[in-house]
Design a protein around this ligand. Structure first.
Ligand code: 13P
Ligand code: SF4
Length: 363
């Protein structure tokens, strides 16, 4: 089997392997990133999950931020938000177990109303998804009639339902350009919106809500082209230009990669910016040896496990508290107890589907 962190590789059917065989495979790949005593115990969980997955005709989708012992063992498909949405759209399994966060599982449900979608934790939210409501979007649309609304996939179904089209970190620029509109509403990530504005050469403004009314700041330029929102990713907003400078001082050869949810200043200071999978591919293809990843820390471990010749410097003081909720233990429970079932009310699902499908058609 390919040892690379390939996003769309289907993991070989392992339900016939013994715990010892699974343990030996995990040890070969993960000995540098997971303590050995943990591997023994986790190999038993992996064996149970794989058996139950086959028995229940389930597919497991795993986001790039999953912890290494989970990421490298149980998912049938791994990747960034866009790749996993595509895999969710294409599956013929009865159950989708989403090892990611709630907005991702909801997107899978929006695409698969007749399938059971399970999220292994009921605490796996997202600060961006929490930052905006459907009512906020309705107010923006009332204030800027006729302006197309692009929403980041990191939003809940009711917000997607108010939108014209969704985007992810890997296709945001392409989606904005596809609209061929001078002005767009881009929600809810302030930094992603600023990074998209920079790449597309657009001006950006942030309306403010005062006394329940959507208002424009007094110094607003009349030729604004992106109307943004002040949502932030609680992980990526913490990275600073000083982090980049300090890393370059200590490791002069380091190549710096920043997720586009980082501030534009940080993205500007980095050598590359892209979705989680774009970052993984960059590391795998680059002849450089040492990289600084400005994103969730687990992804660095996952890359090292698949690419032992690479060295990843990562700032692990900030973790995504939502992605970290998803464990092998809870994934096993999800399959055993059929929890936590993701439901999207049909009238909302149908409207949200239009925005998601429109994005998938663009690529
Ligand atoms: P990607 O689509 O790049 O995987 O990003 C998802 C995410 O939540 C990053 O914080
Ligand atoms: Fe949300 Fe940030 Fe966590 Fe991604 S890393 S799920 S954007 S809080």
């Amino acid at each position: 089997m390919d040892t690379k962190l390939e996003s769309t590789i289907e993991v070989e059917k392992p339900s016939t392997r013994t715990v010892e065989e699974i343990y030996q495979e995990m040890k070969a790949k993960l000995h540098d990133v997971v303590p050995e005593f943990e591997l023994r115990y986790k190999a038993e969980l992996v064996k149970e999950i794989l058996e139950l997955k086959a028995e229940k005709n389930a597919v497991i989708l795993g986001h790039n931020y999953m912890e290494p012992a989970l990421f490298h063992t149980i998912p049938d498909f791994k990747g960034d938000s866009l790749e996993l949405a595509r895999k969710a759209a294409a599956t013929d399994k009865d159950i989708i177990v989403f090892c990611g966060v709630k907005f991702m599982a909801e997107t899978a449900k929006i695409l698969n109303p007749d399938k059971t979608v399970l999220l292994p934790s009921d605490k796996a939210g997202c600060s961006l998804a929490e930052s905006i409501t459907a009512e906020d979007v309705r107010q923006l649309k009332a204030r800027f009639p006729g302006v197309p609304v692009v929403t980041y996939i990191n939003t809940y179904a009711e917000v997607k339902a108010e939108s014209d089209i969704c985007c992810t970190s890997s296709n945001a620029v392409k989606v904005v350009e596809s609209l061929k509109s001078d002005t767009i509403i881009f929600l809810p990530d302030e930094y992603l919106a600023k990074n998209v504005a920079r790449e597309t050469g657009k001006h950006i403004i942030f309306p403010v809500v005062r006394n329940g009314r959507m208002e424009l700041p007094a110094d607003t330029e009349l030729d604004y082209q992106i109307i943004g929102w002040r949502g932030r990713c609680e992980v990526h907003e913490k990275f600073t230009v000083d982090d980049v400078k300090n890393a370059r001082r200590q490791f002069p050869d380091v190549v710096v990669l920043a997720h586009p949810e980082c501030s534009p200043e940080v993205v500007e200071a980095a050598d590359f910016s892209g979705s989680t999978t774009a970052m993984v591919r960059y590391v795998e293809k680059s002849p450089a040896r040492r990289f600084l990843l400005l994103t969730e820390c687990s992804m660095g471990d996952n890359i090292i496990a698949a690419n032992p010749d690479k060295e990843i410097v990562r700032l692990c003081s900030v973790r995504c508290p939502h992605m970290n909720q998803i464990t092998l233990e809870d994934t096993l429970k999800a399959l055993q107890l059929n929890q936590y079932v993701i439901d999207v009310p049909e009238p909302i699902r149908v409207r949200a589907l239009r925005a998601v499908q429109r994005m998938l058609e663009i690529g």
